[in-house]
Design a protein around this ligand. Structure first.
Ligand code: NAD
Length: 490
């Protein structure tokens, strides 16, 4: 290992546990295996965390199962208070958590800071929701009896999260699960386990009882999922990650008919009409493309720009991207950090190379900078042919392909020409057009004259192969409950 845990604590200001959290105890795991965590800006190992075996994973399920009856029976107000304390602790430690996230993920410090605020907000929002789990009572149409409907916690929940938002993807699941009365086993991505472990420790400090939140880090995601999905005590799988892995997990979850929520990949179109406020569209496009360095499921992946404004938009957008300060996320003034690892960077580079060979024009970027770390230059590609591969795949990097259109119907049909349907963005000053297009776009979320849609109070999620279910808002809580109908004759 290049750096020590003491170095990490000195740089971040936080001491992070590196074991597995099982039943309230931090343990090294049964065989003492370790996984290295790499700083994408230096390619150096900054920490090592425990590598769980299948038996460790099942110990975590046992702990969650043992804690379930007590937590489900805990007063909603008390569950809410734990979450509220966790929110306050996260805010108090936000600078340290942001620095930690930069080191394991690579994102620039301003992105990490806004993620911590966003992530903590899921604890506050679900503290408020924990006391609002409603049911209903109605009279049967025959008038003979009553229909009583209640909601109960779904049970032991397995949460699997990606590396791109290491804090928010965890709190967006833990918050509603705990509010609903469920206990959880969280498996963070092996690239970014430290943030999840720090959040778990915060939950302990907030008074969450032992066994309610368990965290298992592992080098083998399939070893983990095979163990948990075969265990009949597990009743819920909440997954955020790629559509490819989502499909594998849905198949595996079918054996025990496990309740699944799936937040999967995106391929967001960003439509700019000829009547748009171009300066606002530039701000929105910049946020939608560059937030988190382009490593977001909501990232604008394809820009469809009306031909009347395409030259103006393209030149101004390229100038903005070119002016970005690229460097290690903790360096003063850095606006764009490295990608998370070499695989991600080579995928971005090959998509750009392929688009260029297909006739796209590189307006800016299009290259791997000559420096250490997994950097890729901010890139704008113009005149991308509508059938180019880069328009069909998640880029997950700082690359903006621009396609010109001349009719609204082409723009909408090209935007919908994808198996994904997470989010779409529309810029126009015409209210009727914005709502007409919003209705026609096949996506779970639409940003109208906005480049960011995420909000803990809003239902986040996709249609088509972008997912099943919603996170955030009241809907996010319902995902961790089961409806129970009680037929009553009174
Ligand atoms: P990924 O699918 O490779 O991994 C996600 C998580 O699944 C990680 O924890 C990984 O270890 C785990 N995993 C991988 N194979 C597994 C298996 N066989 N069994 C169990 N777990 C397994 O995705 P990623 O590269 O970490 O993240 C990027 C992807 O996540 C993108 O596709 C992005 O769009 C998506 N994402 C979606 C949302 C959303 O809310 N819709 C949010 C963030 C990221």
């Amino acid at each position: 290992m290049t750096g020590t845990m003491a170095d990490l604590a000195a740089t971040t200001g936080i001491e992070v546990p590196t074991g597995l959290l099982i039943g309230g105890q931090w343990t090294k795991g049964r065989d003492g295996g370790l996984i290295g965590v790499t700083d994408p800006a230096t390619e150096e190992t900054i920490a090592e965390v425990a590598d769980a075996t299948a038996e460790d994973t099942l110990d975590a399920v046992s702990a969650a199962s043992a804690a379930l009856p007590g937590w489900a029976a805990t007063a909603p107000r008390e569950r809410a208070e734990c979450l509220r304390r966790a929110w306050s602790l996260m805010i108090a430690k936000s600078d340290a958590l942001a620095r930690l996230m930069v080191l394991e993920n690579g994102k620039a410090l301003p992105d990490a800071r806004s993620e911590v605020t966003y992530a903590a907000e899921f604890f506050r929002w679900y503290a408020e929701e924990a006391v609002r789990v409603e049911g209903s009572v109605l009279t049967a149409p025959s008038g003979a009896n009553r229909i009583l409907v209640t909601r109960q916690p779904v049970g032991v929940s397995v949460l699997i999260t990606p590396w791109n938002f290491p804090a928010a993807m965890a709190t967006r699941k833990i918050g509603p699960a705990l509010a609903a009365g469920c206990t959880v086993v969280l498996k963070p991505a092996k690239e970014t386990p430290l943030t999840a472990l720090a959040v778990a420790e915060i939950l302990q400090q907030a008074g969450v009882p032992d066994g309610v939140v368990n965290v298992v880090t592992t080098s083998s995601a399939s070893r983990f999922s095979e163990a948990v999905l075969a265990d009949p005590r597990v009743r819920k799988l909440s997954f955020t990650g790629s559509t490819e892995v989502g499909r594998i997990l849905l198949k595996a979850a079918a054996t025990n008919v496990i309740n699944c929520s799936m937040e999967l990949g995106g391929n967001a179109p960003f439509l700019i009409f000829e009547d748009a406020d171009i300066s606002a569209a530039l701000d929105g496009a910049f946020l939608a493309k560059m937030r988190n360095g382009g490593e977001a499921c909501t990232a604008a992946n394809r820009f469809y720009v009306h031909e009347a404004v395409a030259d103006e938009f393209t030149a101004a957008f390229a100038a903005r991207l070119e002016a970005l300060k690229v460097g290690p996320g903790l360096d003063e003034g850095t606006e764009l950090g490295p990608l998370v690892n070499e695989d991600t960077r080579s995928k971005v580079a090959s998509l750009v190379d392929e688009a260029t060979s297909a006739g796209s024009r590189v307006v800016t970027g299009g290259s791997v900078p000559d420096r250490r770390g997994y950097f890729y230059a901010p890139t704008v590609l113009d005149n991308v042919p509508p059938g180019a591969g880069i328009l069909g795949e998640e880029i997950f990097g700082p690359v903006a392909p621009i396609v010109r259109f001349s009719s609204e119907s082409d723009a909408v049909s090209w935007a919908n020409n994808t198996e994904y349907g997470l989010v779409s963005y529309v810029y126009t000053r015409d209210l009727r057009r914005s709502l007409r297009v919003a209705e026609a776009l096949e996506a779970g979320m639409i940003g109208i004259n906005r480049g960011v849609v995420s909000d803990p109070a809003a239902p986040f999620g996709g249609v088509k192969q972008s997912g099943i279910g919603r996170e955030g808002g009241h809907d996010g809580l319902l995902e961790f409950t089961e409806t129970k109908y009680i037929a009553v004759d009174w």
